[in-house]
Design a protein around this ligand. Structure first.
Ligand code: SAM
Length: 182
């Protein structure tokens, strides 16, 4: 069985957008308790590396370490674990909520922006980025950045995401690495 209700969200996003392809190399940010990693492996990802603040029981086929994604060295650590470029970076990270909507919104956007900058470093051309965000309106700058770097940027609220939560996912595909002008 799946370890988390969150697993169904990735299943639904993948069914809708065709994100996971056999042989793919994936980074899973905020991986505990391991549901998304299970889905990634089950759907044929060849290599899955991940990180979470919390320990994660081993997921066969994935390598998940305990740590803080925002640590300055974490990007290098994950890149070394993957051993090359990634085809997909997924982030289900959510900071602990304060209950104050605007504060929570700013915090998750900050975390998602960090995930995006990491994705810029590690993604192969054509790669994808999926991240949890919350409806709140201050994410326009991030959306503009996404639209410049990916050929297609969409939002989705998977059915498994509770209707009373403002959570939704940004799904960006077709990464275009920046090229020097010729
Ligand atoms: N996708 C996971 C699954 O299917 O099992 C569920 C992820 S859960 C909704 C969000 C996770 O983000 C939590 O386990 C939390 O510890 C993690 N998280 C939040 N901030 C983090 C950070 N700075 N570094 C690493 N993990 C973080």
């Amino acid at each position: 069985g799946w370890r988390s209700r969150a697993a169904f969200k990735l299943i639904e996003l993948d069914d809708k957008f065709g994100l996971i392809r056999p042989g793919m190399r994936v980074v899973d940010l905020g991986a505990a308790p391991g549901g998304w990693a299970q889905v990634l492996v089950k759907r044929g990802a060849a290599k899955v590396v991940g990180v979470d603040l919390l320990p994660v029981d081993p997921v066969p086929g994935a390598e998940i370490i305990q740590g803080d994604f925002t640590d300055p060295d974490m990007g290098n650590t994950l890149t070394a674990m993957l051993g090359g470029k990634a085809d997909l970076v997924v982030s289900d990270m959510a900071p602990n909520t304060t209950g104050h909507g605007p504060t929570d919104h700013i915090r998750i956007i900050g975390l998602t922006e960090e995930a995006l900058h990491f994705a810029f470093e590690i993604l192969a051309e054509g790669g994808g980025f999926v991240a949890k965000v919350f409806q709140g309106g201050s994410e326009k700058a991030m959306l503009d950045t996404l639209k410049q770097a990916f050929s297609l940027v969409r939002h989705a609220k998977p059915p498994a995401s509770r209707k009373d939560s403002s959570e939704l996912y940004v799904v960006a595909t077709g990464f275009r690495p920046k090229r020097l002008p010729v």
